[in-house]
Design a protein around this ligand. Structure first.
Ligand code: BT5
Length: 337
């Protein structure tokens, strides 16, 4: 499949697949005739039949009842715009949703689209990534069919020094979704990991294009291990890693999760534009459960140990070191001791 070939094209609010699925949903499992579908959708019966055939190839179980019509029996957990936008209630996020069966990196693609002028709220999702990116040139393991890999374009009217606030905002959104979609208790590990029972279940990679005074755009890259199995993790991970399935014992519906995540991000972003960073910082601190813990921060070859006392207005971790002196860590990896 071509690098940029969408799984199903970008959703327009009126795409045929989405409208057919909506009709099936409203009818709640009833048979709908081809003629009625063609009337409601204002397309030919052949166009209806072709779209039904495409949906079946994607894994929708649609039965054709002779001389009566079609009935939707079950839907696959497919990351496609038609499913994600159903009952998606957002102000900015999801204005465009583009889904790929596979791509190199959703962040790389979203960055390119943003440079070409993609609107704020554009979401790029892939079922699998060949070169999923972590921070500092690291790799993000991205097998197909089990997880969420998405990148969201934002254009906040903020200076580049404030961009870290958006990273904190996205960590809070992911943690909220984990809480809502499971019975698990996530915690945020500075600066960008989401942990459950000490295992990393999600990572964030936010990339920015900026001028001296202003951000042009930020790409929020979010990878969440939803249904990844133990054998799908590589051996040599830096920190313990896990998935929501492994921790909670229950498979997570990917479409439901991304929908919830987009709604959380949207609400938090709207609040951020209105009320600023303080509420985000407070929620981040509450969810980080790091205050008062002893940690070691490693940045290149430098390592600092101390007790976490909070985060400052630049997103730096404030550490109280042996002897009582305070140190700030703005970048690096943190290990809880
Ligand atoms: C991150 O980097 O945690 C950021 C990950 C961001 C991934 C998303 S997926 C959608 C979007 N598109 C992209 O191309 N990227 C973003 P970092 O803190 O540097 O952690 C990377 C390290 O975590 C690796 O070096 C591995 O040790 C480990 N790792 C790799 N894959 C993992 C996985 N699936 N789950 C947990 N840990 C993983």
């Amino acid at each position: 499949m071509k690098e940029t070939a969408p799984l199903i094209a970008t959703q327009g609010s009126a795409s045929l697949d989405r409208r057919i699925l909506e009709i099936f949903r409203v009818r709640g499992g009833e048979v709908v005739s081809g003629e009625e579908l063609s009337c409601l959708l204002k397309v030919s019966r052949t166009a209806v039949w072709k779209q039904i055939r495409t949906l079946k190839m994607l894994g929708y179980n649609i039965s054709a009842v002779p001389s009566q019509g079609y009935r939707l029996i079950s839907s696959p957990d497919l990351l496609i715009p038609a499913e994600i936008t159903a009952s998606l209630n957002t102000i900015r996020l999801g204005s465009e949703i583009i889904c790929f069966r596979e791509t190199g990196s959703t962040n790389a693609l979203a960055f390119k689209l943003a440079e070409e002028g993609a609107v704020e709220g554009t979401v790029v999702i892939a079922d699998a990534q060949r070169r999923g990116k972590g921070r500092l040139g690291r790799e993000w393991e991205s097998p197909p069919g089990v997880n969420l890999y998405c990148s969201i374009i934002l254009r906040p009217p903020i200076p580049p020094v404030a961009a870290f606030q958006i990273t904190f905002l996205s960590a809070v959104a992911v943690a909220r979704s984990v809480t809502r979609c499971t019975r698990l208790e996530p915690s945020i590990k500075w600066p960008n990991d989401i942990l459950v029972n000490g295992g990393k279940v999600a990572g964030l990679l936010n990339e920015m294009s900026a001028e001296t005074e202003k951000v042009n755009f930020i790409v929020l890259g979010i990878g969440v291990n939803l249904n990844m199995r133990r054998d799908q993790f590589p051996q040599n991970l830096r920190h313990p890693a896990s998935s929501l399935l492994l921790e909670g014992g229950v498979a997570i519906n990917r479409t439901g999760f991304i929908r919830d995540l987009l709604m959380n991000l949207d609400a938090l972003y709207d609040g951020y534009l209105r009320d600023g960073y303080a509420p985000i910082r407070d929620e981040w601190l509450a969810m980080s459960r790091m205050a008062g813990r002893r940690v070691r921060v490693t940045d290149n070859n430098r390592s600092t140990e101390g007790m976490v006392r909070g985060i400052d207005d630049n997103g730096a971790l404030i550490l109280e070191c042996a002897g009582g002196g305070m140190e700030r860590a703005l970048t690096g990896d943190v290990m809880i001791l």
